[in-house]
Design a protein around this ligand. Structure first.
Ligand code: NDP
Length: 453
């Protein structure tokens, strides 16, 4: 079977040179899936893996826009429509200067398996731009979003491809993107999720990824007859996922002691309270400030600025029971993983996509801690996006309680599926193998049913 992985990885590397993040994501999935392939020889015959690593469509486009000084700026836009075996392509848009084809492809690839795990009819895709929203005026953001949608609208639609938010794309950007789509197509349809609550958005969509992550972590601890109560937790990032992860952790009686952004991290050993969290939300969502400013209001907190020479992040070198990386890919490297383990971490649940390096993941698994990969643990966001699509189809809005119950059920089901597949092909606590194998097989079976497409 090793020959299958070697041959797939050779193809991935030959066809996508230099796309390190994409290679990493494919390698991780293939290493898990090899454990199951003996039971499914038809998947090799049907060249399922070869097909899965090739996007159905990759769109790269120019996004010209005019800044507040009247100067023309040009960014690059992407949409990778990876796999539609299970439904319309679904996955967020990321606006961040680091965005390139490799990052969008790895995110789209991960999204395929994540969406399969939700049990909803959703294919996988992802998009974005190397546009940096930081420091831009509202008007500049609007002009950029309008230009971005002026090309993207040709490729998306409520039954074709339904984007949502991701890093740098929140309620404000979804609003501008939706407005432009409506204007060009003259139709009010559920073509984007994460819409405003008064115009087609679902209750709890903003909260869903963070809340779902905490529900998943609680399910994991339950298998050890343990709970989140009084657990000291590290949360990285300070955006959408981080904020609502912290909010739900506080509700579950945990103590959250950290947040971060791309400039540095803040540690508050007294723990964040609801009031302190409200300040973080205001700082990031209203003033669009830096997490360092937390210290202006709460001077006892420690702040560590990102030092490019540092090979580890001080955030992950704190004593804690649980860690929730909610910022970006590969934010936990081998050294960070080592620090977390030395400091006695017992659970790591990924809110971000692929935030742990491959070696970091191996170390968590070798040390038998509970480790939840993003494609399982952060699936609550896309799951509620799926529920938003259903509500839009019926022009209805479900009450908050109903959405939360559905989210609970979906996260519990994903947890059970991961464990079931892990028990069959690996070991019960190996959520990485469980998630990869379950997501792969579901997508593979649909691809087989649909012929050589
Ligand atoms: P936001 O833009 O709301 O927040 C992102 C946070 O991560 C910010 O604090 C940002 O800091 C920080 N960050 C971004 N890039 C870096 C970097 N290179 N180094 C350090 N910090 C960084 O995004 P979300 O909260 O929506 O997304 C966070 C993660 O969760 C991403 O990996 C995303 O793919 C994943 N995710 C999001 C879902 C959603 O529903 N939104 C669903 C599933 C996964 P700064 O302010 O400095 O940019």
């Amino acid at each position: 079977m090793k020959t299958t992985i070697d041959s797939i990885m050779k193809k991935v590397k030959d066809k996508n040179p230099g796309e390190m993040e994409f290679h990493q994501a494919v390698h991780e999935v293939m290493c898990s899936v090899e454990r199951a392939l003996d039971d499914y020889p038809n998947l090799i015959y049907h060249k399922i893996a070869d097909r899965m690593i090739e996007p159905e469509r990759s769109i790269i486009f120019r996004v010209p826009w005019i800044d507040d000084q009247g100067e023309i700026q040009v960014n690059r836009g992407f949409r990778v429509e990876m796999n539609s075996a299970l439904g319309p392509y679904k996955g967020g848009l990321r606006f961040h200067p680091s965005v390139n084809l490799s990052i969008i492809k790895f995110l789209a690839f991960e999204q395929v398996f994540k969406n399969a795990l939700t049990g909803l009819n959703l294919g996988g895709g992802k998009g974005g731009s190397d546009f940096d929203p930081k420091g831009k005026s509202d008007l500049e953001i609007m002009k950029f979003c309008q230009s971005f949608m002026t090309e993207l609208y040709r490729h998306i639609g409520e039954n074709t491809d339904v984007p949502a938010g991701d890093i740098g794309v929140g309620a404000r950007e979804i609003g501008y993107l939706f407005g432009q789509y409506k204007r060009i197509r003259n139709e009010f349809t559920g073509v984007l999720t994460g819409k405003g609550a008064d115009w087609g958005g679902s209750f709890l969509r903003p909260e869903a990824t963070g809340y779902g992550l905490v529900y998943f972590a609680a399910n994991m601890l339950e298998t050890k007859r343990d709970t989140l109560e009084n657990k000291t937790c590290l949360v990285s990032g300070s955006g959408n996922v981080a904020q609502f992860t912290a909010e739900k952790l506080l509700e579950f009686g945990a103590k959250v002691i950290s947040f971060s952004d791309s400039s540095g991290c803040i540690i508050d050993h007294d723990g964040f309270t609801i009031e302190k969290l409200a300040y973080v939300k205001e700082l990031k969502n209203v003033f669009r400030g830096r997490i360092a400013e937390y210290k202006d209001r709460y001077p006892h907190a420690e702040y560590y600025r990102v030092n490019p020479k540092d090979t580890s992040n001080p955030l992950w070198n704190q004593e804690a029971d649980c860690a929730f990386p909610c910022a970006t890919q590969n934010e936990i490297n081998e050294k960070d993983a080592c620090h977390l383990l030395e400091n006695g971490v017992l659970l790591v649940a990924e809110g971000a996509n692929m935030p742990t390096s491959e070696r970091g993941v191996e170390m968590f698994i070798e040390n038998n801690i509970l480790f939840a990969p993003g494609k399982a643990a952060n699936a609550g966001g896309v799951a509620v996006s799926g529920l938003e699509m259903s509500q839009n189809g019926y022009r209805m809005r479900w009450p908050k309680k109903r959405v939360d119950e559905e989210l609970h059920k979906i996260m519990k089901r994903i947890h059970t599926i991961c464990r079931d597949y892990a028990k069959t092909y690996s070991s019960a606590d190996n959520y990485v193998d469980g998630a990869n194998i379950a997501g792969f097989l579901k997508t593979a079976n649909a691809m087989t049913d649909q012929g050589y497409v």
